[in-house]
Design a protein. Structure first.
Length: 548
């Protein structure tokens, strides 16, 4: 492969890399002879569907593999250092100091028992880059550059005391603490709403440019990688498909697989006829105010969800979407207002609800990795709700589990005794769907169920949910920050900001102007497949702010 940026020296070279994963006593290929070259100050985008090997290859750039994996062939040269031949102590000396890693889930990566500034200071102090006092001063400066609010104070908060977007920016600042030569960004904005994502992308891009840091940017979001990368490499099942500079790749991909990535999200459920007047909603949220402590998070919100309808609830982090779900499920009793189910009031506290009332409302969670008990096999994960709510046991229970696996398009004989660790991300999410269906509910809350999935897998999940809704007359509340998902699957849209419903209505009306100013902000924040989109957007917003 030719160097694409001869003006800057090569920082990282991977040649003919082979990585294997172990299942019981068998080693299977994950990465199959991939090459990678990265220059100083350059950003390389790694894209591909789930299981392509993106994260595995990114970690290999640090000379690291996850448990159960091994680098079985090839060379890794980082600035003249052979990482495969280096001792573990030498590799540890590089990690955090000259090579840093930003994980997909900041919430899962920070230590909840320590303040942000303590975690920021750990690497520069341990590596002897600066003293604790210098590290604290440096943290404030980088927090400011990352556009975090109250940079002098935010470091003294614990991870749970800041929003997801703020935590992701704090993690990027932490990765920059030792001014590394290379940062691996592993899906750093996947779980963020579109307005927060803009802030994080702009902050990452600025700080990488300011310090001339090289980066590997791993993502399944093609519009995002278009804003961040100088070059793009496409992977499929451990093989390299193609590589080119970003503009060339977007304008003229050569391989059929890459063209399919560019063409996804074509699915849209048919427009449903209007709900007949006088029809009783499955779920009604009536003038609900709720919160934690003295603070009101939800402020007099109301909306309805009917049978065979999907209501998408959208808004940025902190808008109240998940709090509304907690109120509906009885986990957070409202201060005022009520939840009606089939026209009858539900007890505010889930502990006061009957087993049948609990059965009727189920939930599919955002992160299937953390929602599925890793020690239980699929027959137990799916079977427990059927046992608890329907009283099934023995052959009847096994038959029900097998039926549910068929419904989610997984072969029972192959999957029924697997553990969650033996599934792909999309398969885990399908198990989450089967577990919700096991109780035979009328209503399901889908909480960001496609946000952690690549676009091809996400489209399969949306089609599955649509089919199941039609088959079982289900009502869905679809919490999401992804407006492409809203366009694909929603019948109606509820837009929330600061705990209030600012706009609601049929999907087709919601995507047509005029909009509420906040809805307009959300729509304008959806990344486009144009490498100049983020630059133009930031320039336009800065100009508007200047005029204001």
């Amino acid at each position: 492969m030719k160097d694409t940026n001869p003006a800057k020296p090569v920082l990282l070279t991977l040649r003919d890399i082979h990585i294997e994963g172990r299942s019981e006593e068998t080693w299977s290929p994950i990465i199959k002879g991939v090459d990678l070259t990265l220059h100083k100050g350059e950003v390389l985008g790694l894209i591909g569907e789930s299981g392509a090997g993106k994260s595995t290859l990114g970690l290999a750039a640090m000379g690291f593999t996850r448990d159960g994996c091994r680098i079985s062939g090839g060379t890794i040269d980082f600035d003249g250092i052979d990482l495969r031949a280096a001792t573990e102590a030498q590799r540890r000396g590089l990690r955090g100091k000259r090579i840093a890693y930003v994980a997909q889930s900041a919430a899962a990566s920070f230590n909840p028992a320590h303040k942000l500034i303590d975690q920021y200071s750990e690497a520069p102090v341990q590596h002897g880059v600066m003293s604790r006092a210098e590290a604290e001063r440096d943290a404030v400066e980088l927090y400011r550059r990352m556009r975090l609010p109250n940079p002098e104070e935010i470091g003294f908060r614990y991870p749970h005391q800041v929003s997801g977007g703020q935590l992701q920016r704090a993690m990027t600042a932490m990765a920059m603490a030792c001014r590394p030569d290379l940062i691996i960004f592993d899906e750093p904005t996947t779980a963020l709403d579109v307005t927060t994502q803009i802030e994080v992308l702009a902050a990452i891009r600025d700080i990488v440019a300011q310090f001339d840091t090289a980066a590997i940017y791993i993502t399944h979001d093609l519009a995002v990688v278009a804003q961040m990368a100088d070059r793009i490499k496409v992977l499929l099942r451990g093989d390299e498909v193609e590589e080119a500079d970003t503009r060339t790749m977007l304008a003229a991909p050569k391989e059929d697989y890459t063209k399919t990535l560019w063409a996804v999200r074509s699915y849209a459920r048919p427009v449903q006829p209007p709900v007949a007047k006088g029809t009783t909603p499955v779920v009604s949220v009536r003038n609900v105010t709720a919160g934690y402590g003295a603070a009101d998070i939800l402020k007099d919100i109301s909306f309805d969800i009917h049978k065979r309808r999907t209501v998408a609830v959208v808004g940025e982090s902190g808008s109240g979407k998940s709090t509304a779900a907690r109120v509906i499920t009885g986990l957070l009793p409202p201060r005022r207002g009520a939840i009606l189910f089939d026209g009858a009031p539900l007890p505010a506290d889930y502990r006061q609800r009957s087993r049948d009332q609990l059965r009727q409302a189920q939930m599919i969670y955002q992160m299937a990795d953390t929602a599925l008990n890793p020690k239980l096999r699929l027959r137990e994960l799916i079977g427990r709700p059927a046992q608890m709510y329907l009283g099934l046991n023995g052959k009847a229970l096994t038959d029900r589990i097998r039926d549910l696996l068929h419904l989610i398009e997984l072969e029972p004989d192959k999957f029924i005794d697997r553990l969650p660790s033996e599934l792909s991300g999309g398969q885990k999410q399908r198990i989450g769907i089967a577990r919700a269906l096991a109780a035979e509910p009328k209503f399901i809350i889908c909480d960001e169920v496609t946000s952690a999935l690549d676009q091809l897998v996400a489209e399969g999940i949306l089609k599955l949910l649509d089919r199941l809704q039609s088959e079982f007359d289900l009502a869905y509340m679809f919490i999401t920050h992804d407006l492409a998902t809203v366009r694909s699957i929603a019948d109606e849209v509820v837009v929330m900001q600061n705990g209030k419903v600012v706009e609601k209505g049929p999907k087709l009306e919601m995507f047509e102007p005029p909009h509420d100013p906040y809805t307009e902000l959300l729509l304008s924040s959806v990344p486009e497949m144009d490498p100049d989109w983020l630059t133009k957007l930031l320039r336009e917003r800065a100009a508007k702010a200047g005029k204001g």
